[in-house]
Design a protein around this ligand. Sequence first.
Ligand code: F0G
Length: 456
Amino acid sequence: MPSVSTSAPSVRPSDFRFRCIACGDLSDTASQNFRCAYCEDLLEITYPDWKESRPDAVQLKSTWRNRRLSSSAIDLSGVWRFRDLLPALESDQQAITLREGNTPLYELPQCARITGVPQLFAKHQGMNPTGSFKDAGMTVAATFARRAGFRWVACASTGNTSASMAAYAARGGMRGLVLVPEGKISWSKLSQALDYGAVTCQLRTDFDGCLRLLQELVLRAPVYQLNSINPFRLEGQKALVFELLEQLDWQPPDHIIVPGGNLGNSSAIGKALVEMLELGLISRLPKLSVIQAEGANALVRTLREAAGKRLINVPAETRATAIRIGNPASWKKAVHVLEATEGACEQVTEVEIAQAKAEIGAEGIGCEPASAVTLAGLKKLVKQGFVKPGESVVLVLTGNLLKDPDFTIDFHRGELFKGTKDESASAALNALRRPPIVLDATLDAVIRTLEQAEKS
Ligand code: F0G
């Protein structure tokens, strides 16, 4: 059974190593469950060389800028363009890339007015090739799966990871095995995995059950796991921060706000920020805050009730299915980055998520429900005085609007909360609803509708 190693021919072992986040053990190889051989905690990737020959910040910025003029596949990737701070490849051709990254940073003027935070931006990771932030991590992890000689890659998913993995497996000539909770992921995401040719299993359990099963599977079968427990995924997801800071001319925002599910993305963003500070690419750390759905609030409870010392897992329930996770694998890494950046952790209700999603949509941008927790969370953080009106804020929108059309249609038709405890609270959202209007196909009917809309 192949293991994952740093010691391939022209990669010096010191280019990167695996480090256990709990006991600090360093190693050149990782087993297939990416757990420490001694204490079983999670691994992260570290770059021992940076101690002796620290990459030069000015040089890096100029190299990255110059690569934007290049037309080679590796430079057209918004992840590999920053490869100096990623695990080293033997050759540029080795990368499996779909030109991921290169995502826009939008201003949000209407949401800025709503929240009272004038400098409000959205980094839209939903503009990636498969429509979510997962592609940034997948390009790196899939590349290392192929380099290690695996024929099969596998993941448990609430939908986006599986869509992304299936695409990168196909591009890299590997087979993909997807484990998703039956009936709990959106059709759009499921359809992507099918279209990209993965073997897709809908398991009669939740996401946490799928992930548990995958952990056992990778120890029994020669499949490479591409969940965010895989530290190569998190290395790739760091690129969002490199690109964001470049877009902001290396001036860090005061706050970055990200949704929290399995907590890989917040961990990756935090790791990138800390590394950038150490390397002198930025002069101060933004506060990184994590927002969860109230019905899937394991990190919120872990921090409030156990001071971040042990995980409190929860039975997860939310219509933001991407973050319907009760037993987040990377909780310790997330606690660590919240401490390092002095960020906050908050929860938001289903009604608050739906409202925020409609408000982002009304900016002409749109996102999936899980991404909208960032705006809903920002409103709370402003109310608490944690975010001050004069401060700059970047919301990380993790998934594309088209990822979950059922949610959007149910919302606008007024059906999202029908028969739930939120039905009356959601009436306040009527002004945001734009239900489709069925009419006779006459000019009169359309003109009447136009006039009514103009008045309303
Ligand atoms: N937003 C979206 C759109 C997601 O798909 C996910 C996670 C998250 C936020 C949370 O990110 O897990 O790194 O904290 N989706 C995973 C999946 C679990 O399987 O697609 P996280």
